[in-house]
Design a protein around this ligand. Sequence first.
Ligand SMILES: Cc1cc2nc3c(=O)[nH]c(=O)nc-3n(C[C@H](O)[C@H](O)[C@H](O)COP(=O)(O)OP(=O)(O)OC[C@H]3O[C@@H](n4cnc5c(N)ncnc54)[C@H](O)[C@@H]3O)c2cc1C
Length: 504
Amino acid sequence: MTAVDVIVVGAGPTGLMTAAELMLAEAYPMVLDALPERNPMSRAGVIHCRTAELFDQRGMLESLLATGDFPTTEIGHFAGLPVDFQSWPTRHPAYNVPQGKIEEFLEARLVGGGVPMLRGHQVVDMVAEADGVTVTANGPDGIVRHRGRYLVAADGGRSTIRKIMGLDFPGRKGTSTSVTAEAVLSGLGSTRQGLERSSGGHWAIQFPLEAPVRRLVVGGPGPAVPREAEVTTDELRAGLRAVYGDQVELVGLRRAARIDNSARQLTTYQRGRVLFVGDAAHIHLPLAGQGVNLGLGDAFNLGWKLAAAVHGWAPDQLLDTYHTERHPVGARVLANTQTQGLLMDWVGTGDPDLSAARGILEELLRRPEAMRWMAGMMTGLDIRYDIAGASEDPLVGMRMPDLDVTVAGEPRRSHSLLHTGRGLLLDLTRSDHLAAAAGAWAARVDHVQAEPRGDVPATAMLVRPDGHVCWTSGLPEMEKALTSWFGAPNRSPADPSPVGSARE
Ligand SMILES: Cc1cc2nc3c(=O)[nH]c(=O)nc-3n(C[C@H](O)[C@H](O)[C@H](O)COP(=O)(O)OP(=O)(O)OC[C@H]3O[C@@H](n4cnc5c(N)ncnc54)[C@H](O)[C@@H]3O)c2cc1C
């Protein structure tokens, strides 16, 4: 039996990113996935602005973008209505990076870092105890067992771990199934793309992937079909005919799958030593990149906290904040995608009242403050955690702005100071008091003295490894904030388990 710090079940984007964060923090992970190879189906295709910032904070954005030619956009959508992301200050647009590319990139990074990546290993059983978790997996060479101090369940919407633990997955049952396909279509010309509807409630969305293949989604009225049921070319042709008449023909089909509008969320993301992330914790209609970005956000929130627990310096309740912070974010995405599905008439009622509601929303979005609100929600840039001091300083709980600063004579962006994955005490005043206090947490927090190049919202800020501000110079009691996020001062990490040191 192999023993590691954390067993990550599921090598989708969320599991891989959680493992990457654990690797960075030297909490030794192992990743198991049932599939022998990565899922080739085109699924989510956008990294929203906040996720781009998170990649950038780890110094990974440039190298990810170097793996292909990915268009950018500053205009997204909510229920098909344009949403202008530029209403928020960020250095990043949204990047149209296919989910498969994110997975390929993260997997290569983990393998390069020596993390065991066991593909073709389907977890079939799990026993969680007070001091660790044992999983049984069916691998290419038969049954194998692995022991971890913690387990991250990143095994998707139909999570085996959730089922083994007998957890309720409350929410709304899917009422409508649509078909998504990678297809070659004739009759569309070079510019026609996006959502089109017929009067009977049928609709189709299509846009180009790599030529001549397009991503096609068709839906409309009719009973929900089990997601496992094979998609036929006849039903795709019927869906196209209902929307485009004889103008558009299916001339080739590479892959197809079904998606539905179920909306469910675990009531708690943590059960003892088992933590749920991504689709294993929440499912919803996959719209506007909300699914993959939500999961990646879970991973960045959890990774450093779980590593702190592994190393033995996590303050009381640090790990609990993973659930208390991310559950509301997930609930909001469920509400957002349910509303989008309704306004887009995903189920194909053909109800004219829904067009009226869309018209009203369109009018509302002409107001700059409404557009900004919507852009904040869709990009994740407005995420604010309920952190002590939040009522006194609007920066607390928010993401650290990416400030231009000078560090040791070199121009830097403040987000680049988070590449280490450690806490950051950004000191823009060269204060002796901060320097003395920070020394006591030097094992976990980087104290960086910098000169601002431009306006700054605070002269000092304490930033968590996930980039969220947990104290500013506008508040008293910096030591209290350091203790509650980074543990007692001067305690060296217990039982560090560097990457590459699997204990047999
Ligand atoms: C056809 C399709 C189209 C989609 N389109 C979009 C879109 O346009 N926009 C959007 O935002 N989202 C979309 N999504 C949703 C998006 O893909 C998910 O939100 C995202 O993949 C969630 O990532 P995850 O890592 O949490 O889970 P997943 O990507 O589902 O990864 C879970 C992994 O766990 C593995 N696993 C499962 N059970 C076991 C087990 N017992 N043992 C070991 N491994 C196991 C699986 O093989 C899988 O690799 C789409 C999904 C599908 C299926």
